[in-house]
Design a protein around this ligand. Structure first.
Ligand code: GTP
Ligand code: MG
Length: 333
């Protein structure tokens, strides 16, 4: 599979090295140690695992839980994730490279087309597919079509078991077992962590023999700009109402680390209409202030230093239909 190449093209290697030099340990599990290379060599199994499913079933929550850190944003709105998000877990001689994907839905614009293609191609490029679902007996046609197209074995993950009684799961398992031969079926709660260790041991068993793709403490291939932009988008999704947050895109225009150790960030929130701009800014700027200050908390946690954040709002009409703008935002193959 050509994934390693793709990661190199995205500049991960330079990124990782720059982080090591500038802000050691940020997107890694701990500080670099002398044993790192030795640890990488201890990896005897490794593979890629796609996390797919309908929107809002908890794929990104699961990714964060699996890698032990927030690498993907989460909200209670469908279509939160727009890109493939890579999260890496290395433990006990095994490296699992997870690809979180946008929820499978019927696209209504070019952005939607792009999102669904991301999920679609992921299931054809990995060693194992995790189909994540909620405890419902209703199987969605998009789930059936992903099962059909998947080239790899599929593990069914029934998430959000904290919301139902155990007995209810039997019907769900039977409904899914009737449509596909799954490698395994695991009820879990990504929110509480229930069943996640069991899932991990199943995943490790399924991985082929092979060396590590990434250093043993690597967490994600996203750049700091991408992560910071996503934090702002997450707050917009959580704070704003109705359709407004779905038409939001975020770009980091400036990221500067000062000698004092503080980081200065300028960001732009793009929306599609003047009326949306007014809503995002809010009365006396109150809404924008809420979004920015809550994003800043996440940024400071990630970067481990004080962050000065300024956020502007601009209108970019119909950007979700613009190939050029989508490309500019990194929503491109
Ligand atoms: N009760 C409960 N809620 C959960 C669980 N896992 C995720 N959620 C909630 O479900 C909602 C959606 O979670 P996400 O992780 O963003 O879902 P997703 O599948 O990545 O969604 P898209 O990116 O839109 O496809 C959020 O409100 C989560 O807090 C769980 O195990 N139990
Ligand atoms: Mg998601």
């Amino acid at each position: 599979m050509d994934f390693e190449g793709a990661v190199f093209r995205k500049g991960t290697v330079t990124f990782t090295m720059r982080l090591q030099r500038d802000m050691s340990g940020i997107f890694r599990k701990g500080k670099q140690s002398m044993n790192d290379t030795k640890q990488d060599k201890q990896v005897v199994r490794s593979g890629f695992v796609a996390i797919v499913g309908k929107p809002n079933v908890g794929k990104s929550t699961l990714l964060n839980r699996l890698v032990g850190q927030k690498v993907a944003i989460v909200s209670n709105r469908p279509q939160t994730t727009r890109n493939r998000i890579l999260g890496i877990l290395t433990q006990d001689g095994c490296q699992l490279v997870f690809l979180d994907t946008p929820g499978l839905h019927r696209p209504r614009n070019r952005l939607g087309d792009y999102m669904v293609r991301q999920a679609d191609s992921a299931v054809r490029e990995v060693d194992l597919v995790l189909l994540v679902t909620e405890p419902t007996e209703q199987i969605d046609p998009v789930e059936l079509s992903v099962l059909k197209r998947s080239a790899a074995p599929v593990v069914l993950v029934i998430n959000k078991v904290d919301t139902v009684k155990r007995e209810a799961l039997l019907g769900v398992i039977a409904a899914y077992a009737a449509v596909h031969e799954f490698e395994a079926v695991l009820p879990i709660s990504a929110r509480t962590g229930e069943g996640v260790d069991e899932l991990l041991s199943v995943l490790v068993q399924q991985m082929p023999e092979g060396p590590a793709f990434f250093p043993s403490d690597a967490l994600t291939d996203q750049t700091e700009r991408q992560l910071l932009a996503e934090f702002i988008r997450e707050k917009a999704l959580r704070i704003l109402d109705k359709e407004v947050p779905h038409s939001v895109a975020v770009e980091i225009e400036r990221f500067e680390q000062r000698e004092t150790g503080t980081v200065h960030v300028s960001a732009v929130i793009y929306c599609e209409r003047e009326s949306h701009k007014g809503i995002i800014i809010g009365k006396g700027g109150a809404m924008l202030k809420r979004i920015a200050s809550s994003a800043r908390v996440d940024m400071e946690r990630l970067l481990g230093c004080k962050v000065f954040l300024e956020v502007f709002v601009k209108v970019k009409q119909n950007w979700r239909e613009s190939d050029a703008f989508l490309k500019n935002l990194g929503y491109t193959e």
